[in-house]
Design a binder for this molecule. Structure first.
Ligand SMILES: CC(C)(COP(=O)(O)OP(=O)(O)OC[C@H]1O[C@@H](n2cnc3c(N)ncnc32)[C@H](O)[C@@H]1OP(=O)(O)O)[C@@H](O)C(=O)NCCC(=O)NCCSC(=O)CCCC(=O)O
Ligand SMILES: Cc1cc2nc3c(=O)[nH]c(=O)nc-3n(C[C@H](O)[C@H](O)[C@H](O)COP(=O)(O)OP(=O)(O)OC[C@H]3O[C@@H](n4cnc5c(N)ncnc54)[C@H](O)[C@@H]3O)c2cc1C
Length: 662
């Protein structure tokens, strides 16, 4: 086995213009954090207790069992090692890689819902148990018939004042809870979203704490039907489940009552906003923005390293085969996603800081930040997960045939991450939520109100510049202005279209539906402007070393220019940019790619994913791809014996029969 680094990758690293550690430090928030991250990762990756056969060689049942064992062990070890809460994600992501785990919903939604929606008494009662995994819960909201439309949920929680209980029921097949992670086999509790009924009146979806399995033998409690929904596109390591109730009674105190309340006599106390019950989803959407950046970073790390190791075809007659990354078309496949990975990594950080500030404000009772937080997180969640989806697939195809093998890590990455476009709010639906906020804000600005936050720019649409003006299309200020203009114009045009539909006689919902393609386009442009502006602003950080600010600036320019060229119609339509500007933009892209080429490997190294986390033969740090491909294939279950048992069962008699008939 080759112990040395592949010479092509070695040369790439020697020729880069900067030290990748500096960018790693920038991406993670300083050298101390990077040090901690690396320590925790190597602790997890070198722990023999976490080793197991490749998941790709396992059935769904084996994957679930392996991951259950592994995540339970992780919980115990995190406690023993006394890892700080703030650092746990480093350890966790090294243990689970890019696979979801059966406790993911407990940590990611069940606990956050208790923190965000439970009253103090309820926290006193359940938090200690939940935080210490004495109970395991999930977030059971989606039903077979309704995921998007929460007001359409059919599960009922009917208050019975005589016993001071809620009676939970699943009135139809479509009311079965369907999808919640960890529900199928793992959880014994859940936060259940159900329609609250009091004295025959409906109050809409509310969260309830419901025990579903016995703490003694893990059997479903009386009246509870629960199980696994079966194999999926990915997510083999998680037991997504179904759940139904038949007259299951829970105490009144089990409705999560931080905001809405039901008094013993059945009096309903309204929350300051009914949407506070949707708070956990907002948090997870903000997290998806962070994850999309990371996932894209993983995919481009794999494809970029491999493209330096892979040599193919003859570029110049008689010359050695070039590294495929030297083909400019290959650069055009990968570098825009390299730039997008950086863009979303940084957007994710800003999104999380907006989330933290706003949610602190909200939990103190000031809910004024809620609409902006919802609109921003919905739009960025949708944009980032869409780009990650397309990018992961582009990276897979850029690896040629080997990209299709599970050895590349890319099919599994894709299958596990693509639902980010669907769960936690289907992307089109999320863009329409952002559009709703944009339309409201736009109308407020028409009425002379001053707008703040991400929509402040809607207050004044910039005029189209005079013809003949030349621009420097590499100037980040010019690029931000162009994105800003496009967003403001598309918001304006969607608003005009809505108004025209109304004037043509449609009611508001029909007009909204008729204008919805343009509304999504406007929300997309708004979100893209946010990402480009955020990237450019981060580069103004005066502590940035010039060697890295130069290369990061190129990435930012490439990100903005690539988006501009691929959506050029939007910028040209009203004459804001000219054909010359777009032509210039295309030329700059080529020049930027040529400048980025020697830094490509260093730029992906800077994401600092150890091999154990990347889990890809093609993306290995040492580039020794071919010998490990062979080793990986040899470990495949079909190769455990030279002659497979099916030969004796089927092939042998078939061949013998055919030979006998000759
Ligand atoms: C689509 C909507 C937003 C529609 O809700 P609606 O009540 O019909 O609302 P509407 O009439 O369109 O708007 C009414 C109003 O509510 C606002 N709003 C809506 N959601 C929020 C929020 N979260 N925070 C703050 N405000 C919110 C809207 O902006 C509207 O405001 P407005 O009237 O315009 O002032 C909602 O139903 C929804 O959020 N659906 C998506 C469901 C979802 O995200 N499910 C996630 C399940 S858990 C999961 O998938 C976990 C996977 C994790 C994993 O496996 O890793
Ligand atoms: C891997 C995975 C894990 C999940 N985990 C959980 C979990 O832990 N807990 C949980 O509760 N749920 C979970 N879900 C469910 C998930 O949240 C829902 O699937 C998601 O919210 C989308 O809802 P839906 O399935 O009803 O899609 P639908 O709304 O039926 O979407 C179908 C199509 O209709 C369109 N559409 C729907 N409404 C509108 C509209 N108003 N305007 C325009 N177009 C519209 C959509 O854009 C989409 O194209 C999970 C799902 C997956 C795939």
């Amino acid at each position: 086995m080759a112990a040395t680094v592949n010479p092509d990758l070695k040369k790439e690293r020697e020729n880069s213009s900067f030290d990748p550690n500096k960018i790693t430090s920038f991406l993670y928030g300083g050298p101390e954090i990077v040090k901690k991250k690396r320590e925790l990762e190597s602790l997890a990756l070198n722990d023999p207790d976490y080793q197991h056969e490749d998941l790709n060689f396992m059935s769904q049942e084996q994957q679930y069992e392996t991951f259950l064992k592994k995540t339970l062990l992780m919980v115990t070890k995190v406690r023993e090692l006394k890892i700080d809460v703030a650092d746990r994600h480093f350890y966790r992501s090294a243990v689970i890689g890019t696979n979801p785990d059966p406790l993911g919903l407990h940590v990611g939604m069940f606990l956050p819902t208790l923190y965000g929606q439970a009253s103090q008494e309820q926290k006193d009662k359940w938090l200690k148990m939940a935080e210490n995994f004495a109970i395991i819960g999930t977030y059971a909201q989606t039903e077979m018939g309704h995921g998007t439309f929460l007001r359409g949920l059919e599960t009922t929680a009917t208050y019975d004042p005589t016993t001071q209980e809620f009676v939970i029921n699943t009135p139809t097949i479509t009311a079965y809870k369907w999808w919640p992670g960890g529900l199928g086999k793992t959880s014994n509790y859940c936060v259940l979203m159900a329609q609250l009924y009091i004295h025959g009146k409906s109050y809409g979806p509310h969260p309830f704490m419901v025990q579903i399995r016995s703490l003694q033998d893990h059997k479903p409690l009386p009246g509870v039907t629960v199980g696994d929904i079966g194999p999926k596109f990915g997510y083999g390591s998680v037991d997504n489940g179904f759940l139904a109730f038949n007259n299951v009674r829970i105490p009144r105190e089990n409705m999560l009552m931080k905001y809405s309340k039901v008094e013993p006599d059945g009096t309903y106390v309204k929350p300051p906003s009914t949407k506070l019950a949707y708070g956990t989803m907002v948090q997870v959407r903000a997290n998806i923005v962070v994850n999309s950046g990371r996932v894209l970073a993983k995919a481009v790390t794999i494809a970029t390293r491999y493209s330096c190791v892979r040599r193919q075809s003859e570029m110049k007659p008689g010359h050695p085969e070039p590294q495929v990354l030297d083909y400019v078309t290959q650069q055009y496949k990968l570098f825009p996603y390299l730039a997008a990975a950086y863009a979303f990594w940084l957007t994710g950080q800003t999104m999380m800081s907006v989330y933290t500030t706003s949610s602190n404000q909200i939990s103190k009772g000031d809910i004024s930040a809620l609409p902006e937080l919802h609109a921003l997180s919905a739009g960025l969640k949708a944009l980032s997960s869409w780009v990650a989806n397309v990018g992961m697939e582009e990276c897979r195809m850029a690896c040629g045939g080997h990209g299709y093998s599970h050895a590349s890590g890319l099919p599994r990455l894709y299958a596990n991450m693509t639902p980010g476009a669907t769960y936690e709010g289907e992307n089109t639906v999320m863009m329409l939520q952002t559009a709703r906020y944009l339309m409201k804000s736009y109308n407020q600005s028409l009425q002379g109100e001053k707008l703040a936050g991400s929509v402040a720019y809607l207050s004044g649409v910039q005029p189209v510049p005079a013809a003949g003006r030349t621009r420097n299309m590499l100037d980040l200020g010019v690029l931000c202005d162009a994105y800003r203009h496009r967003a403001a114009r598309l918001v304006h045009e969607a608003a005009v279209q809505l108004r025209n539909e109304r004037q043509a006689g449609k009611d508001q919902p029909d007009a909204w539906n008729a204008a919805s393609v343009d509304l999504v386009k406007a929300a997309m442009a708004h979100s893209q402007y946010f990402v480009v502006k955020n990237f450019a602003e981060r580069l103004t950080d005066s502590t940035l070393d010039s060697s890295i600010s130069d290369v990061l600036t190129r990435l930012c320019q490439l990100h903005a220019l690539h988006g501009l060229v691929t959506n050029s119609g939007d910028f040209l339509e009203d004459g804001y940019l000219t054909g010359t500007d777009v032509r210039q933009a295309r030329r700059h892209i080529n020049a930027l790619m040529a400048k980025l080429r020697p830094d490509a490997v260093a730029l992906v190294d800077a994401f600092d994913f150890p091999d154990g986390i990347l889990n890809s033969v093609l993306g290995r740090y040492d580039g020794n791809v071919y010998e490990h491909l062979l080793e990986w294939a040899k470990a495949s279950p079909l190769n455990k014996t030279d002659v497979h048992q099916s030969y004796h069962k089927y092939l042998k008699p078939f061949l013998e029969d055919n030979r006998a008939k000759l």
